[in-house]
Design a protein around this ligand. Sequence first.
Ligand code: PMP
Length: 358
Amino acid sequence: MKRTYNFNAGPAAIPLAVLEKAQSELVDFNGTGMSVMELSHRSKSYEEVHNRASALLKELMGIPEEYEVLFLQGGASLQFAMIPMNFLKSETDAHFIMSGVWSEKAQSEASKIGNTNILASSKDDRYTYIPETFEDPAEGSYIHLTSNNTIYGTQWQDFPITKLPLIADMSSDIMSREFDVSRFSLIYAGAQKNLGPSGVTVVIVKKDMLAETNEQIPAILKYSTHSKQNSLYNTPPTFAIYMLSLVLEWIQEQGGLAAIEALNNKKASLLYDCIDQSGGFYSGHAEKTSRSAMNVTFTLKNEELTKAFIKESIESGFSGLGGHRSIGGCRASIYNAVPIEACQALADFMANFQKKHA
Ligand code: PMP
């Protein structure tokens, strides 16, 4: 069997051990005589999967008692709308820290519901860094940030302490490192980068926020509805949640977030060292102090060389190295499931490509 070196930005690599476990259970899950996809979402067999995913997430991330974990649908994009619908109070602002296209989308959706204010932005500098300095507002509904900018390859290194509830889109770096959940009132992430296949969105929300839910919106859009029903208000994406539970077990087997973080840093260093030692043949998009350990973005001297790089990379068995259409260049997404061997192979390929084309 040949597995490709998968550097896709999302949907992205899933651990081989997880895929094999799912394969082995596909037609007969746990002696039920059917696939997990064919189980009723109200059955005991499914309920165990559902609750295990939630319990493992809490354990691995060290989520305190006063938080709930929800499994929703609609991707991170629905969260851009649900958050202001639930929590943006009239006559107050939702504050945004703008670090890329996904922050812009979150702000744009909120501005359709109420007032928004931009606290800080790195747009003027092509989003090459995290705009971490801002005046901490005392008035407003909440502050929103994007922890990792998938397109630009920048990442918050440490999170701010804020007076207002802090909300984070962690779609592209959730469970990639240890951090203090209690800084946040709400964290959300689409699963398709670090947590498994697309189809489920994880929301970690502080219980006191749930009490603030706007009661005037449809039930399906209210966090309190999903919380009261243990994310079983309507049919959840059962297969995606099952896959999430397998990915979480895999993270546990790797030694939890501390071990995953150490490995992620090693993987990222292999590629950043290659960029930094290339004498300008490769140049990183992100400023060094804001570099992402998940998405390594870089450019080559011109379009022609970039095209040759992508073409040769595909011929050598690498997938997904083209940059996002909005910034071009190249991007290697090295989420949790991308093995260090793939990063080493890419670093070797980059060094050889440079020798050939310098
Ligand atoms: N936020 C971030 C940081 C992302 O990277 C993405 C997807 N690439 C999104 C939000 C949108 O996610 P979805 O497609 O799940 O709506």
